[in-house]
Design a protein around this ligand. Structure first.
Ligand SMILES: C[S@@+](CC[C@H](N)C(=O)[O-])C[C@H]1O[C@@H](n2cnc3c(N)ncnc32)[C@H](O)[C@@H]1O
Length: 397
C-alpha cells in the first residue's frame, strides 16, 4: 500500500463506508461494488472500503471485535500478533514495572495497542510510511484519557530510539522482504542482534521471533519462550531484564482463553519400548526442547531417540502439553496391510499423523482406497529403528 492509499483508508468517508459493510459477503463483491457506485461513491473509495471490510472480517479471529475499529493492509494483517499473544507481551512489561515501552517495529500496531491498553505509554516506530499512517489510526483510541499517550513515529527505530523516553523495548522484526521469508535472524529487519544488544540499556526487553529460531541464536541471560495457540506454534519470545521470568527455555501453550507454561532444562528423554499409550507433545514444547521435562512429568519415554512422540504404560495424567492416544494396534507400515486392517474395521475416513517417516498422509490416503463409514487415526513413525503404523484412539482431555 502507498501513503496515498493509506490516507484514503483512514479518511472518514472510507471508515464510514467500511463500517456499513461489516456483514458483506465477498462472494457479493461485484454486486456490492456496483450498488455503491450507483449510490454515487467514487470507485477508488468503494475499492478501499470493500478491501478494508474484507480485511476486518479476516482479522476478527486473530484480533477479536477490536478489528472492526482498526484499519489494515494485507501484509500488515498477516504479520500482526494475535490479540491473546499481544496481551501476554504487554503483561510482561507491566509485570516488569515498566511505565513506557518503545515498539521498534509497530506494523499496524497490534502489539503496541495491547501495551497501551495495559496502561503503559507507547512510542511505536514504523519505517514504512503507509503502515505508519494506518498504525496511527489504530493507536488513536489510546491517546484518549485515561490511557497514557501512545504515539506513532514514522522512521527507523534504531536511529530514533535514543530520543524516546521509555524504560521497555519491544520488537517484532519483519521476517519477510521482497525476496520472501527470511529465516536467518541476521536478515530480519531490524537484524535480531542489533535489537538484542539493546537489552542492558533498558529495564525490560522483549523480541518476537520466528518459532524456527535455532537454539544457538538465544543469547546467554535471555529467556526464550516458544508460544503455541490452539496447537499452532506462532513465535518464540526472547525476554531480558525484568521482563524475563528466568533464564533458559520455556513453552507457553495457549488453548482458548487459558494458558499453561512449562520450563526447564533441554536434556533429552530416554527412549524405550512402545507402551499402551502414545503422547504427542505440543509443538511449542518440542521447539523449546522440553520433551525431556514433559516425559519426566508424565513418567513417559520417547518411542525413538530421534522422534518426539512419547509413550507410557498407564493412562497418562491430563496435560495441556500433549495429546494422549490409546494404542489399539501396532502394524507394519505397509499399504496393503494397513488397507486390509482399516477395511476390516469399516473405516472410511482416516486421520494420519506422522513423524520420522517420509510418506505423507496425502500420498498414503488415496492408496488405502477406504469406503467404510467409520473414522480412525493412524500414526506413522519409527519404533526401535523401524517404520511402523499405530492405530490409535484419542484419550478424552
Ligand atoms: C512483523 S511487523 C510488526 C507487526 C506488529 N508487531 C503487529 O503485531 O502488528 C514488522 C514491521 O516492522 C517495520 N520495520 C522494520 N524495520 C524497521 C525499523 N528499523 N524501524 C521501524 N520499523 C521497522 C516493518 O515495516 C514492519 O511493518
Amino acid at each position: 500500500m502507498d501513503p496515498v492509499a493509506a490516507r484514503l483508508t483512514v479518511s472518514p468517508a472510507c471508515l464510514a463506508l467500511a463500517g456499513s459493510l461489516r456483514d458483506f459477503d465477498p462472494k457479493d463483491a461485484l454486486a456490492t461494488s456496483a450498488r455503491l457506485r450507483r449510490d454515487g461513491h467514487e470507485p477508488a473509495l468503494v475499492a478501499a472500503a470493500m478491501s478494508l471490510a474484507e480485511l476486518r472480517r479476516e482479522a476478527r479471529p486473530r484480533l477479536g471485535d477490536a478489528a472492526d475499529a482498526m484499519v489494515f493492509h494485507r501484509a500488515g494483517l498477516e504479520q500482526a500478533s494475535r490479540a491473546v499473544v499481544s496481551g501476554l507481551h504487554a503483561e510482561r512489561f507491566a509485570a516488569a514495572g515498566c511505565t513506557a515501552v518503545a515498539d521498534l517495529t509497530a506494523g499496524l500496531g497490534a502489539d503496541a495497542r495491547a501495551v497501551a491498553a495495559r496502561g503503559l505509554g507507547v512510542v511505536a516506530f514504523e519505517a514504512d510510511e503507509a503502515t505508519a499512517i494506518l498504525a496511527a489510526h489504530n493507536l488513536a483510541a489510546h491517546n484518549l484519557a485515561p490511557w497514557p499517550a501512545a504515539r506513532v513515529v514514522h522512521g527507523d527505530s534504531l536511529a530514533l530510539l535514543a530520543e524516546a523516553d521509555v524504560d521497555g523495548v519491544f520488537a517484532d522484526p519483519a521476517r519477510r522482504n521482497a525476496r520472501g521469508r527470511r529465516h536467518d535472524p541476521a536478515d530480519y529487519s531490524p537484524a535480531l542482534d542489533r535489537v538484542l544488544d539493546l537489552a542492558p540499556r533498558y529495564r525490560a526487553l522483549g523480541v518476537k521471533a520466528g518459532p524456527g529460531l535455532p537454539h544457538e541464536a538465544v543469547p546467554p541471560g535471555f529467556e526464550a519462550e516458544w508460544v503455541s495457540v490452539d496447537g499452532d506454534v506462532v513465535e518464540v519470545g526472547l525476554w531480558a531484564g525484568a521482563a524475563a521470568h528466568g533464564e533458559g527455555h520455556a513453552a507457553l501453550v495457549i488453548r482458548g482463553d487459558r494458558h499453561h507454561r512449562i520450563a526447564g532444562p533441554t536434556d533429552r528423554a530416554d527412549a524405550g519400548a512402545l507402551g499402551a499409550y502414545l503422547l504427542e507433545p505440543d509443538g511449542a514444547v518440542i521447539r523449546a526442547g522440553l520433551v525431556g521435562v514433559l516425559a519426566e512429568r508424565l513418567e513417559a519415554r520417547l518411542v525413538d531417540p530421534q522422534i518426539a512422540y512419547l509413550t507410557c504404560d498407564a493412562v497418562p495424567p491430563a496435560t495441556p502439553f500433549a495429546r494422549a492416544y490409546r494404542v489399539i494396534e501396532r502394524l507394519p507400515l505397509d499399504v496393503k496391510v494397513l488397507a486390509k486392517e482399516l477395511r476390516a474395521r469399516d473405516v472410511g475416513t482416516v486421520d494420519i499423523k506422522k513423524r520420522g517417516v517420509d510418506l505423507t498422509p496425502e500420498q498414503l490416503r488415496p492408496r488405502l482406497k477406504l469406503r467404510g463409514s467409520g473414522r480412525a487415526t493412524l500414526v506413522l513413525t519409527r519404533l526401535e529403528g523401524r517404520h511402523a503404523a499405530l492405530l490409535v484412539e484419542a484419550v478424552p482431555a
